[in-house]
Design a protein. Structure first.
Length: 152
């Protein structure tokens, strides 16, 4: 199981500081927005979509309100899907792109954290673990979104 630290390593800090989404996340996570809402919000802002769409992520926070799949995981996948739908590609090609990006995100996720909120935020664990994970998830999501520069 990956080591769930509370603080970013120096390399992680450089990575998240270079990410628009990771820097913006602090304006939302812990400020009235759940994990899923905060990551989806910064994705919407990057993609220049209506911030009202953040409500699509409302039921995903806190591990689907059941401490199941982490909201940062699910919101990253939602953002990849939204981004893929904005590509100047035929539907099948955009769906294939989305599928590959989701696979990449899922594989990355498993290298840094458990899938389930209950395994990330165990009893007595500081919210700093989630903050660190959210910053990294935002940076990774942004990198995947920007990997194909064919958005309108």
């Amino acid at each position: 199981m990956p080591d769930l630290k509370e603080e970013l390593t120096p390399d992680e800090l450089r990575w998240v500081e270079s990410s628009i989404m990771a820097r913006d996340l602090k304006n939302y996570f812990g400020e009235g927005y759940s994990c899923a809402e905060s990551l989806f919000m910064v994705s919407l802002r990057l993609l220049k979509k209506s911030e009202e769409l953040v409500w699509a992520a409302a039921g995903f926070g806190g591990g689907l309100y059941h401490k199941d799949l982490c909201g940062f995981l699910t919101a990253g996948i939602m953002a990849i899907g939204l981004s893929s739908g904005m590509l100047n590609k035929e539907r099948r090609e955009a769906k294939d792109h989305c599928g590959q990006q989701v696979k990449d995100y899922w594989k990355w996720w498993q290298s840094v954290a458990p899938l389930r909120c209950a395994d990330i935020r165990t009893e007595g664990t500081s919210s700093s673990v989630c903050r660190r994970l959210g910053q990294m998830a935002a940076a990774k999501t942004e990198a995947l979104i920007k990997a194909v520069k064919t958005h309108p």
